[in-house]
Design a binder for this molecule. Structure first.
Ligand code: UD1
Length: 376
C-alpha cells in the first residue's frame, strides 16, 4: 500500500514537539512544562498550519494539529492515562526527549536526575509495552562519551560518562538495548546522540527560552547582546586546553538539522527500513551521532555571534569549568550512510537564526506581542 493511503502514524513526543513538522506523523506532545513554555507548542502548530499547501487534504490538516498533554513521566499512572486514550496499538512510536540536562546540577542532586531521567524512561517503556507500542527514538547526548579517546568520535567509542547527568543517558541507552535484546522480534529503538544543538527556527517564532540565566554558551551570548544578561564580559572557561586556540571545541548543529534527524530516525523504525540489518546481535537497537563533524572553539563562536549581532563582546579567560572536556566533535558518517542524515546549516546560519529569534522575543515566550512589532 502506498504510504499516502495509510492512516497517520501517531507519535508521542516527550519533552515538547519542538520542531517536528511533517505530514506523515500525528504528534502528541507530553510535557510537564518544567523548562518549556506552552506558547511554543501553539507556535509549532501555527507553523505547521502555515506550511500546508492550498489543496491540503483532511489528513494533511490533521497532521498539523498537535495534541498537547501535561504528564509527569515519573508517575506511571499518568503515562498510562495518555496511552489509554488511544488504546492498544493506538500510538505507533515514541520520541523520548524529556530529561533534565544540566551537568553541574546533576552532581548536586543526582537522585533527582536518576528519577527524572532513568526511572521515567523505565516507566515509559513499561507502558509502551503494555500498549503495544514497541518503537522508540531516544534522545541521548555526546556526553555519553565522557572524555573520548579519539576525535572525531565514532559511535563505537566506549561509553564512559563522567557526570550523573551523562550516566543517566548511558543507563537509559543500556536499558533500552537490553529490552531490544529481550524481545528482538518486537522492539526497535534508535538512540540519537546529540552534539551541541544551536540556533532557532528561521521564522523566529520558536527558539530556546531557558529559565533564568542561560548556562549554555550560545543562548548566553544572545542574552548578552539583547541586554537581558547585563554582564559586561563573557567568562571563557579556560584557554589552556589542547585545542588550536586553547578554548574548548564543540560540534554545534542547527536545531532544524536536529529535527530532521528525528524524522529520519522515525522513518527508520518502519518495517521497510534496513538500518537494523547489520546489528551485531538479533537486538534491533542502534545509536547514531547527530553532529556536523566540524568543531568550533569558544572564541570562534564569540566571533560568529559578533558578526551576527553586531554586539561588541568582551571576554575574560577564567578557570576551567568542572566537567568540561577539550573536544567533542562527532564522526557523523554512520548517520549519513544509514539514515541519510546531513547537518547542512552552517555556523553563520545558526547564529543568524538564534539572533532573529532573540530580537523578536527579547524576553522569550513572555515577550508581550506589542513590543515585538518594531524589533528585528
Ligand atoms: C552542555 C552540557 C551537555 C549538554 C548540553 C546541552 C556541560 C559540561 N555539558 O554542553 O552535557 O548535553 O550542554 O545543551 O554542561 N562556555 C564558556 N563560558 C560560558 C559558557 C560556556 O566558556 O559562560 C564554554 C564551555 O566551557 C564549553 C562551550 O562554551 O566549552 C560550550 O558550553 P555549553 O554551551 O555549556 O555546552 P557544553 O558544555 O558543551
Amino acid at each position: 500500500m502506498a504510504i499516502t493511503d495509510e492512516p497517520l502514524r501517531r507519535v508521542l513526543v516527550t519533552g515538547g514537539a519542538g520542531y517536528i513538522e511533517t505530514r506523515r506523523y500525528k504528534v502528541i506532545s507530553v510535557d510537564n512544562n518544567h523548562n518549556s513554555h506552552p506558547k511554543s507548542l501553539q507556535r509549532v502548530a501555527q507553523l505547521a498550519r502555515d506550511a500546508l499547501p492550498q489543496d491540503a487534504s483532511e489528513k494533511d490538516k490533521d497532521s498539523a494539529e498537535i495534541e498537547a498533554v501535561t504528564c509527569d513521566l515519573t508517575k506511571k499512572d499518568e503515562i498510562r492515562g495518555v496511552f489509554e486514550k488511544y488504546g492498544k496499538g493506538g500510538i505507533w512510536g515514541v520520541i523520548h526527549i524529556a530529561a533534565y540536562k544540566a551537568v553541574g546540577e546533576s552532581t548536586e542532586v543526582p537522585l533527582t536526575y536518576y528519577e527524572n531521567n532513568v526511572s521515567a524512561t523505565v516507566y515509559l517503556l513499561q507502558v509502551m509495552s503494555e500498549y503495544d507500542c514497541p518503537r522508540l527514538v531516544y534522545s541521548s547526548s555526546a556526553t555519553v562519551y565522557g572524555t573520548p579517546p579519539t576525535i572525531p568520535i565514532p559511535e563505537s567509542t566506549r561509553l564512559q560518562a563522567d557526570s550523573p547527568y551523562g550516566k543517566t543517558k548511558v543507563m537509559s541507552e543500556t536499558i533500552i538495548q537490553d529490552l531490544c535484546a529481550a524481545e528482538p522480534q518486537r522492539w526497535r529503538a534508535l538512540s540519537l546522540r546529540y552534539f551541541n544543538p544551536a540556533g532557532a527556527h528561521p521564522s523566529g517564532l520558536i527558539g530556546e527560552d531557558p529559565r533564568g540565566r542561560p548556562g549554555n554558551l550560545l543562548p548566553l551570548l544572545a542574552h548578552m547582546a539583547v541586554g537581558r544578561v547585563k554582564d559586561d564580559k563573557l567568562s571563557v572557561f579556560g584557554n589552556d586546553y589542547p585545542t588550536p586556540d586553547g578554548t574548548c571545541v564543540r560540534d554545534y548543529l542547527h536545531v532544524m538539522d536536529l529535527a530532521k534527524g528525528h524524522l529520519l530516525a522515525l522513518d527508520a523504525l518502519s518495517p521497510s527500513s534496513n538500518v537494523f540489518d547489520n546489528c551485531p546481535t538479533e537486538a534491533r537497537f542502534k545509536a547514531y551521532n547527530l553532529g556536523k563533524g566540524k568543531g568550533m572553539s569558544v572564541l570562534q563562536i564569540v566571533e560568529a555571534m559578533r558578526k551576527a549581532t553586531g554586539f561588541d563582546y568582551k571576554y575574560v579567560i577564567i578557570g576551567r569549568r568542572r566537567g568540561d572536556v577539550p573536544d567533542l566533535t562527532a564522526d557523523p558518517t554512520l548517520a549519513e550512510k544509514e539514515l541519510g542524515f546531513k547537518a547542512t546549516h552552517d555556523l553563520e546560519t545558526m547564529c543568524r537564526d538564534l539572533w532573529n529569534w532573540q530580537t523578536k522575543n527579547p524576553d522569550g515566550y513572555d515577550t508581550p506581542e506589542t513590543s515585538k512589532v518594531n524589533s528585528a
